[in-house]
Write a protein that binds this ligand. Structure first.
Ligand code: SME
Length: 324
């Protein structure tokens, strides 16, 4: 068993999140890296003791890697927000990763570099050795388990995406055929999240061609740079469209579609000579994007309601696209 400490704002939500991660044996809220021994919640609440609300995560490294835990942690924080997460403000709500063994540092640094690359700047999240950790009072332990519907600063859909992400990795396993992987991925995402349309368009020469999907029939081909899909391909980035009527050039395959998200699919760098090997196992880089590389397709999702998708969906669907 190994351990790592995550400060990600109010510890109720962070604890609840990590309790749902496969391979995590224990997630316990407490107060880290402050100046006072055995502080009370009220003392930490003054912000004068220097503690951060932190969750101790004990995990089985044979079942979940430190890299995966950190990538999952990055989905539940705003790494550019200093001393504030959600509605909670104060140095006790700063974000940080605190380690107990120097051997974890190379992986942690790599994860931070990956995050900086995505953000285009350095996160404000701390990366420090753990100096002290005091478990929180009994009433804070498993707070959201004991009080379902209680305050949680993490968007609720995060918990559904976590389940989906983990189940998808299990379902796809090491099936080597990318079409088969996409077919089952579309089925699982669609049935779990109840979207209007979930599917793939694949790059074929200079256009996108319809791949495996779930939902109403759709257009066969989309030109480079056209529609939301062709734009995501050309711009090599995820595009969130809160209202399809406001997106110039949107292609309406279904008149029921009101909002949409399109996520590029990347061939893993080490698979560049084996296109059928799009896959990720735990502990590997999920993105594997070679600089200058073009997407091999897109994951396209439509909703029958406006404003369904935001940065939470973008973050999770990018992780999911990497698994696929
Ligand atoms: N709306 C997409 C076309 C594909 S359908 O949504 C399935 C677009 O504008 O690219």
């Amino acid at each position: 068993m190994k351990e790592i400490y995550f400060a990600g704002g109010c510890f109720w939500g962070v604890e609840h999140f990590f309790k749902g991660v496969d391979g995590v044996a224990e997630a316990a809220p407490g107060y880290a890296n402050g100046s006072l021994d055995s502080p009370s919640y009220e003392q930490v609440y003054t912000d004068a003791t220097g503690h951060a609300e932190t969750v101790r995560v004990r995990y089985n490294p044979d079942r979940v890697s430190l890299q995966t835990l950190v990538r999952l942690f990055f989905t539940i924080i705003d790494p550019l927000s200093l001393n504030r997460q959600g509605h909670d403000e104060g140095t006790r709500y700063r974000t940080g990763i605190y380690y107990t063994g120097e051997e974890d540092l190379p992986v942690l640094k790599e994860c931070f570099e990956e995050l900086s690359g995505k953000l285009g700047c350095a996160p404000v999240t701390e990366l420090l050795p753990l100096k002290s950790f005091w478990p929180a009072e009994e009433r804070h332990q498993d707070y959201l388990g004991k009080n379902p519907g209680g305050y949680c600063h993490i968007p609720l859909k995060t918990f559904r995406y976590l389940r989906l992400y983990q189940d998808l990795a299990l379902l796809l396993g090491d099936e080597p055929d990318p079409i088969a992987r996409m077919a089952n991925a579309a089925a699982l995402i669609h049935s779990r999240m109840h979207f209007l349309w979930t599917g793939f368009y694949l790059v074929r020469d200079d256009e996108l061609v319809l791949g495996p999907f779930q939902g109403p029939e759709a257009c066969f081909r989309i030109a480079y740079g056209k529609g939301v899909c062709g734009t995501a391909w050309a711009q090599r980035r995820t595009i969130v469209v809160p209202d399809v009527e406001q997106f110039p050039g949107h292609i309406a395959c279904s008149s029921d579609s009101r909002s949409e998200i399109v996520v590029p699919l990347w061939r893993r760098a080490e698979d560049s000579h084996a296109p059928s090997g799009l896959r990720m196992t735990d502990g590997e880089s999920p993105v594997g994007v070679t600089e200058g590389e073009c997407p091999v397709g897109v994951l396209d999702i439509d909703s029958a309601e406006k404003g369904t998708f935001d940065s939470t969906d973008a973050t999770w669907l990018e992780l999911i696209a990497a698994v696929i």
